[in-house]
Design a binder for this molecule. Structure first.
Ligand SMILES: Cc1cc2nc3c(=O)[nH]c(=O)nc-3n(C[C@H](O)[C@H](O)[C@H](O)COP(=O)(O)OP(=O)(O)OC[C@H]3O[C@@H](n4cnc5c(N)ncnc54)[C@H](O)[C@@H]3O)c2cc1C
Length: 416
């Protein structure tokens, strides 16, 4: 695989930051973890890479590396200093991500805690909430799953029906959530519930953090067509949380949820394509091994895939340049999401084409329910659904980038 290329010239200060960080990683990163960078691919990319990382997390060297990163404030480094981060700007975060990737060592990210709920607490939480919840995310003590979607409410998130009823200094939550990624690994859930059913649907919601291991919580896995079960449905029956755990105040949950969903991800812009780049070269290798690289049709398809990965890279560089110039990304996030998810679906089809008839058979004696490429083929379908479906992304692009008329929206207050 070619070396990571096309570094932007981001000025002498950032260059010095890069050089020092590179030196630090070379001196400190444990040998046992090399080659185990987080691949920046969504969970549902499935297959070998994700499994390698999960295995590495059980290695004592991982815990030692995690402790070293924490000591040097390199976990959630973009968070403000007072909450355990370094207040790193998006450009430095991008450089940091690139350098960890280049060195091939895990960056030790805190998933939804780091990128979704933490930043929402930083924006909307009280000082006491920040002081309580944020350090627990950095230390890994609290690991969050996202309880937004419900069986009848996914894209139309504002219509959630899970009820939250205030009882003294507690809130009591009952309802059902679905498609919760990684629920079995989480001890906390951030959720949206309806605390006032008599007002406009956006106005009666609250954003609550609940103990996901406590009484009243039950969840069960949803078996995917790949055979894996990474997503769950959850049943909340009178789950109690202190009012302290309501972020942003009662009935103000929509605003907080919008911060969660719209959190600026400029810092990941230039690394978002790296997992796909790695995967692309794996596929070229598969094609070589199967003697398919002289097949003109396969060559055409691989060349197409390569151009898509390059487009992701250039688009990431453009976003980073924009962030460096002080302009936060807008509908570009939707363009990027639409692009990688639709690309990945087609890449899965190319991969199965390369595997040929083997792609139709379940492998014997493997640790996985399906082969790596079968997993990519099957699970990439979900990429065009979660984090906003392709249709929703196109709506956002139409309205916010192209200035097309907005979709008609229902106006009646919701009563459930
Ligand atoms: C693998 C996976 C992981 C997920 N992880 C989580 C998670 O951790 N936490 C969580 O809360 N949720 C999660 N989700 C849920 C995800 O956010 C929803 O599935 C998604 O928002 C779509 O909602 P829905 O499934 O209810 O489909 P619907 O909203 O019912 O959509 C059905 C179809 O109608 C289309 N459609 C809907 N509205 C419009 C519109 N206005 N204009 C045009 N077309 C429209 C959609 O594009 C889709 O094709 C996950 C989903 C998947 C598949």
């Amino acid at each position: 695989m070619p070396e990571l290329s096309a570094e932007l010239d981001l000025g002498p200060e950032v260059a010095q930051f890069r050089a020092e960080l590179r030196e630090w990683i070379a001196a400190e990163a444990p040998e046992a973890l090399s080659g185990l960078a987080d691949w920046n691919m969504p969970l549902t990319a499935g297959g070998r890479r994700g499994a390698e990382l999960i295995k590495a997390q059980a290695d004592p060297a991982y815990a030692a590396w995690e402790a070293k990163l924490a000591e040097n404030r390199l976990i959630c480094p973009h968070w403000p200093e007072e909450f355990g981060g370094q207040g790193m700007d998006a450009v430095r975060i991008a450089v940091l991500n690139e350098e960890f990737y280049r060195a091939g060592v895990p960056r030790v990210a805190r998933g939804m805690g780091e990128w979704l709920v933490g930043p929402s607490i930083i924006v909307h939480g009280t000082q006491e909430q920040k002081a309580h919840f944020l350090p627990r995310i950095i230390s890994g003590e609290d690991s969050y799953c996202q309880g937004f979607s419900e069986p009848d409410h996914g894209s139309d998130l504002a219509a959630v029906e899970t009820r939250g009823v205030v009882d003294g200094d507690e809130i009591v939550i009952s309802g059902q959530k679905v498609w919760t990624s990684g629920a079995s690994r989480a001890n906390m859930m951030f959720l949206l519930c309806r605390t006032d059913p008599d007002v406009d649907k956006h106005a009666g919601l609250s954003y609550v953090l609940i103990d996901f291991t406590g009484p009243g919580v039950q969840y069960r896995p949803i078996k995917q067509m790949s055979g894996a079960a990474e997503f769950f449905e959850d049943f909340l029956d009178g789950v109690r949380a202190p009012l302290f755990n309501v972020i942003g105040g009662l009935n103000n949950g929509w605003k907080v949820a919008m911060t969660t969903l719209g959190h600026e991800r400029g810092g990941r812009a230039t690394v978002a394509h790296l997992g796909y780049e790695r995967e692309f070269w794996d596929l070229v290798e598969t094609a070589r091994k199967r003697g398919k690289t002289t097949d003109p049709l396969i060559r055409q398809r691989l060349a197409w895939a390569y151009t898509q990965v390059e487009l992701m890279r250039f688009s990431g560089l453009r976003t980073l340049a924009q962030v460096a110039a002080g302009k936060p990304p807008g509908p570009e996030a939707s363009v990027a999401k639409l692009f990688w998810s639709e690309y990945h679906k087609l890449l899965g089809e190319i991969a199965i084409g390369i595997e040929g008839t083997d792609g139709l058979l379940r492998p014997d004696g493997d640790d996985y329910p399906v082969s790596n490429w079968q997993s990519v083929f099957l699970s990439s379908r979900a990429g065009t659904i979660y984090s906003g479906t392709s249709e929703i992304q196109r709506n956002i692009i139409g309205e916010r980038a192209l200035g097309l008329p907005k979709e008609p929206r229902a106006k009646e207050p919701r009563r459930s």
